[in-house]
Design a protein around this ligand. Sequence first.
Ligand code: BGC
Length: 481
Amino acid sequence: MLKLILLATVLAVAAAQTAVNQFPEGFLLGAATAAYQIEGGWNEDGKGENIWDHMLHEHPEYGTNGNNGDVACDSYHKYQEDVQMLKALNANVYRFSISWARILPTGDVDVINQPGIEYYNNLINELLANGIQPMVTMYHWDLPQALQYIGGWPNPLLADYFVEYARVLFENFGDRVKWWITFNEPASFTGGYGSSGLQAPSQNASGIGDYLATHTVLRAHGLVYHLYDEQYRATQNGSVGITLNIAGTEPLTNSTEDLEAVERSLQFEAGHYAHPIFSQDGDYPAIMRERVDANSAAEGRPRSRLPTFTQEEIAYLRGSSDFFGVNHYYTNIVTSGESGISPSKTRDSGIVSTAIRPYPWAFRNILNWIANEYPGYPIIVTENGFAALGYGGLNDTYRIIYYRAYLTALLQAVNTDGVPLIGYTAWSLMDNLEWNSGFTVKYGLYEVDFDSPNRTRTPKDSVAFLSQVYGSREVPQDYFY
Ligand code: BGC
């Protein structure tokens, strides 16, 4: 119901639009971060260890230059400055994540860490006092290590732990937080149980562990959505969604084979997570069922590596989201063929990715694909940004070019194509710990001096650009070049 009201408002607002380069009224514009990448304070005030703390402490060689999130941007102490940075950007929304182990050090509700609750209360209050809406990701990859010791996400019980954690969040913050994202990019973090060797917790069970982990994550998402729906929505009036990463996906040639490869790639990369939640029929995409079942049988296994939902679970998951969150950075050019180790999700998909490119028009295509494939859901771009390897510094003209082109494409999708987009948060507010790439890959609008104990923040040129865009609510046709 709520999503229909949201959608009706979006369409009415879009219809009233005049210029193609303007954002509809009420459009959310802001920036995004994630707890492990910015907070630091890794063991302060009762915080528990998480899988990224654990992995990068045990295996500093899995990171870059031994970098880890122990201090990161020190946002645990500098959140007030972060809020001022958002204000200078003219942001009306801030997407950040909550560190599960800072709230529940054991992963379970036997210990609720009050200083952790306080930290997020302070951040949320500071945002609201500055006219910025909090948008909270419950899980941005940092599982409490205590839950990894019982197997992590492939263990079906994790869904029950997650729902209890979510309840603590709704109870403590739901009076002020109206935007909830259960998971950030399941396709990325479940790789930590599959073939993405350096993604925490680095459990190498390619083509098996990643499918099992996804199964639990989807069930966990459904439980949390229904918990909110049944117990909190009436009094808290917020929205609950999930964020998926979807790259642009374009064919190498216009052959039927390559066009089919595009569709298959989208079903394996996006449909795996989106189909059970957002499609009319629910369940995993038929093409995945077919291919993974066939490969599993050919490998001589008595069961498919892709788990099965019961009919009840299918019905329970279907429609369990108020909006569709999408992270988008670049475009894959794909063709049909075998790649990846066996077994692996890549091998199951029968896709070869031949190149990676930043194509704004392909971003527009993807937004249209989501709107057509899963009609009826408002869409929020929860991450989009650019890091040029080896480039740092404050003069980030290349980033301005990127944002201008991508935001122009986004507005074409909204104003010309009628895609029901309602928000955009740029990645990232500031340079931060880019996971295994450490502090060497910089996505920030603000530079952070990681050599200084103050973690001094300085605006890059892109801050002037985006603050103009966010303040005027339009993308300029020309901007100093
Ligand atoms: C993740 C972020 C990451 C960004 C840039 C996304 O996949 O959600 O945590 O920093 O991409 O690589």
